[in-house]
Design a protein around this ligand. Sequence first.
Ligand code: WTA
Length: 654
Amino acid sequence: MSADITSLQKETRKFKPSAAFAKQAHIQSPAEYQKLYRESIHSPRSFWPRMAKELAWFKPWKRLHEWEEPFAKWFIGGQLNVSYNCLDRHLTGSRRNKAAIVWEGEPAGPGKPGEERVLTYTDLHREVCLFANVLKRNGIVKGDRIIIYMPLVPEAAIAMLACARIGATHSVVFGGFSAQALIDRIHDCGAKMVITADGGYRRGSVIPLKKNVDEALKQCAGVKRVIVLRRANNDIHIEEGRDVWWHRELEYVTADCPAEHLDSEHPLYILYTSGSTGKPKGVLHTTAGYLLGAYLTTKYVFDLKEEDTFWCTADIGWVTGHSYTVYGALANGATTVLYEGAPNWPEPDRFWRIIDKYKVTIFYTAPTAIRAFMRWGDDWVTKHDLSSLRLLGSVGEPINPEAWMWYYNVIGKKRCPIVDTWWQTETGSILITTLPGAMSTKPGSAGLPFFGVDPVVVNKEGKELPANVGGYLIIRKPWPSIMRTIYGDPERFKRQYFSEIPHVYFTGDGCRRDKDGYFWIVGRIDDVLNVAGHRIGTAEVESAIVSHPKVAEAAVVGRPDSLKGQALVAFVTPKQGTVVTPELKEELRSHIGVQIGSIAKPDDIRFTDALPKTRSGKIMRRLLKEIAAGGDVKGDTTTLEDLNVLAKLRADED
Ligand code: WTA
């Protein structure tokens, strides 16, 4: 880390929530937010006990928290159960017949409706209890680790909640990952069981989940049992003595399964980060602090009300699916929507159809999806009635103002506030955002810290930087849902997050804070380039490129340059129908010159149909860097969504 980061973005637009929205919101004004925020930071002993009372406890906690750097504990001595908080406590009142999960399966093709299932809280509670008894029947006890490798069907959430109910620790592995990814994760966490399905649907074809599990288990002797859900009806092998069918097992159990009383710090789950370099990190989250983080942010950030229908489009294989599709939504007694398939299958209006059909009120998705929707064109959107929407959310990477404006105008019809939520697998829940009824939003800025979160932008010596000077985003003290450790590797946990700058949590993101205190994330520090002495966040240059009317998506990386240190190389996906001419490169270069300045003009622009992305939608800049430098792509490509993209990019090199 050397000099500070030069932030070049000049976005100044500001959007205030409507008076009508503010009036109905949980938090209605900046003053109300400030008061609570100050209390959360300066008087945690009055703030957190009040918040924690909104959860159901079997035994009250004794001490609020403990911080033996780098290890945090919260609500010490308390006992509770996440599944009880998500289910049982909703069964005594009017929520018992409310829809908990609304599920839409992937349609078989154009014009064919997807399957649908609605589970009320009573239904979901029963299914979870039954399946928790299945786990016990198959030898699982409190503390065991279980891998969940499933399509996005209600049973995936049922499996998670059943683990939580009996105190087994789940590790969900995204259904798009390979057998090798399964092997690494099974070994790392020492899993005894895998829960999977015969297959899952993706864009009209069947992903052979069970086959991948069979492949993986050749190298994983520790897994004694595999529970298989019948989903795609594809042919599979059943290993006698090891594999059992989910539906068969249900015949042997009752729905009577009281929730275990678990300590606040009991491990709830391990989730491996999709890190593109090195061994995946098993991020460990525990019970009380995590649940409180997910619960409170769902309530306040999404301004959740009893009658909302909440759709977070993330797969449960990612942390966003854990904290918002499942735990945060259900802990609040909300109706949560699950959709099995891809946004453009069978046609690019799948999401808008679902919003229209189920009258979704809160929609939470990722910038990469938003840019894809822009590319597919407004017509797919405008033919559906999206008037049920009242709030939109974004997560996963900085949202470029261009995409933000499209989201605001075309999807939200200028009525819906947008919450741009900054957080990480490691943070467990949203840390920086706007509260939709209380604050104005600035396109491209995540906003202000959530309650109890103390973020600062610092230089490499850890010194706080003045407004609008870019630096490193750190969090000064632990919050309830902070990860507890890297599973099995506490040393790496300390090294990775608490060593770069001593005694604070190091996020790895570059950031600046403006004079109103709003945080502007400029991307991962690895993505911050040094061009002629200026450290430039690639996200800002990308955002400028994407603001050109002919561009759908862009990724900018550095290439070693003897003169400037690093030169910028831009990979650009044009909008559909755009004719790529040699002049377009010059047009883009001068556009960037106008938007940011000459310093940000890329030395090389390459056009491409698609960018290499991880399966969670993050652009794999490491691969682009290798291509830009003209070398071979050597690194690990197992997390790449579409291998063809790479072949095409390399073939296009001139
Ligand atoms: C990035 C996803 C800007 C950031 C929840 C972070 C964001 C990493 C935002 C974590 C946002 C996530 N604005 N950047 N609203 N949200 N990021 O672990 O670089 O998959 O460090 O968690 O995504 O990614 P992860």
